[in-house]
Ligand binder design. Structure first.
Ligand code: FAD
Length: 309
């Protein structure tokens, strides 16, 4: 059995593995795809002390760092069930999609999240070529350009406010007849000179030329008329989905499916900790996920020494 088993190999899981292994305990890491979301990221300019790197490069640096230690890395394996210990201090089980069962005295869940997609033509084709999901990550790439924000909930309106300070013009497209964001955010949005809001707007296609986005096609849901909006960027803000479906009924989740954690990364299940984008942590960023992974591993180690393992 492992002393600490980490499920997920993004920045949170990699940090947890390094912290665990440095304690000299038996550490395992199981990941569906080592590296996580950073594999799909073009530029990373906000990991402190690394002014610039690229996603795949950052991902291989994560793996290289983990490999410096004795960590049993099981890549391309997906976990499908978690079984809490039968008795206090007993073994926790993680069942894999391939039927295998891993046992551990403590577990760190770091399965991350994924952006909800619009599912329209052009979205996949122009991902990272004009279609973006993270304003604080990719906003500066659109300096002086026109962008659309899809979604008028809190994340959409926060994105629009954030982007308005960087880009030339922002158009918010909301599917429903009204914005869903908090009133204070809507008020702030209305005070900005370079933002328009279109309601009842259904995005139908992302259009481009020469491998880059140049417009968005949308349909007015009242008149049914098809419209075209000239933009260089499209920020999709219709939700971040935590990869926690497999934990339903075992670990306490928020109404949006995020694992409920305290300041030490502790979940409601003894010996089970969590870190990064799959949790209720306030912001979803690499540096934050890495810090949370370190926190969860240290808290799990603390649990182990108290449990006398
Ligand atoms: P993830 O990176 O999501 O990793 C989750 C891991 O868990 C993966 O290994 C995955 O395969 C695995 N996993 C999931 N389910 C299972 C399962 N059932 N069993 C086993 N393994 C599983 N942040 C920044 O700070 N700067 C940026 O510039 C930036 N740009 C971004 C650009 C894009 C396009 C995207 C999508 C995100 C960007 N982010 C950026 C956000 C950042 O990538 C995330 O905050 C960060 O990766 C979260 O780390 P994590 O370890 O919590 O989760």
């Amino acid at each position: 059995a492992f002393d600490m088993l980490i499920v997920g190999g993004g920045p949170a899981g990699a940090a947890a593995a390094v912290y665990a292994a440095r304690k000299g305990i038996r550490t395992g890491l199981v990941a569906e795809r080592f590296g996580g979301q950073v594999n799909d990221t073009l530029d990373i300019d906000n990991y402190i002390s690394v002014p610039h790197t690229e996603g795949p490069q950052f991902s291989s640096a994560l793996l290289q760092h983990v490999r410096e230690y004795e960590v049993d890395v099981m890549n391309l394996q997906r976990a499908r069930a978690l079984r809490p210990a039968a008795a206090p201090g007993g073994l926790i089980e993680v069942e894999l999609e391939n039927g295998g069962v891993l046992k551990a005295r403590s577990v760190v869940l770091s399965t991350g999240a994924r952006w909800r997609n619009m599912g329209v033509p052009g979205e996949d084709e122009y991902r990272t070529k004009g279609v973006a999901y993270c304003p604080s990550c990719d906003g500066p790439l659109y300096k002086g350009k026109r962008v659309a924000v899809i979604g008028g909930g809190n994340s959409g309106i926060e994105a629009a406010i954030d982007l308005a300070g960087v880009v030339a013009h922002v158009t918010v497209l909301e599917f429903m007849p009204e914005l869903k964001a908090d009133a204070v955010l809507q008020k702030k949005l209305k005070s900005l000179p370079n933002v328009d809001v279109i309601l009842n707007a259904q995005t139908t296609e992302v259009l481009g030329e020469g491998g880059k986005v140049n417009a968005l096609a949308w349909k007015d849901r009242i008149s049914g008329v098809q419209q075209r909006l000239e933009v260089e960027g499209v920020f999709v803000q219709i939700g971040l989905l935590p990869n926690t479906d497999w934990l339903k009924g075992t670990v306490e989740l928020s109404h949006t499916g995020e694992i409920m954690v305290d300041a030490r990364g502790q979940t409601n299940v003894p010996g089970v900790f969590a870190a990064g984008d799959c949790t209720t942590v306030a912001f979803k960023q690499i540096v934050i996920a890495a810090g949370a992974g370190a926190t969860a591993a240290l808290a799990a180690f603390d649990h182990l020494i108290r449990a006398g393992a």
